[in-house]
Design a protein around this ligand. Structure first.
Ligand SMILES: [Zn+2]
Length: 61
């Protein structure tokens, strides 16, 4: 598990885990903002800017 942040730097922190699903590894991201409605839920897009989350674009916190 790694703590990550969207490149927009406006959203809350997220955490990412590398999961083995469907015969391939993929990054799964979760909302790490306790004030957020989607806290601890899987998110595919940044809650702040709506950008689709890509591990290589995200900064490690
Ligand atoms: Zn964002």
């Amino acid at each position: 598990m790694v703590v990550l942040r969207c490149p927009c730097h406006e959203g809350a922190q997220l955490w990412g885990e590398l999961w083995w699903t469907g015969g391939e590894y993929r990054w799964v991201f979760f909302d790490d903002d306790r004030r957020s409605e989607t806290y601890a839920e899987e998110v595919e897009r940044c809650p702040a800017c709506g950008r689709r989350l890509e591990r290589k674009e995200m900064a490690r916190v």
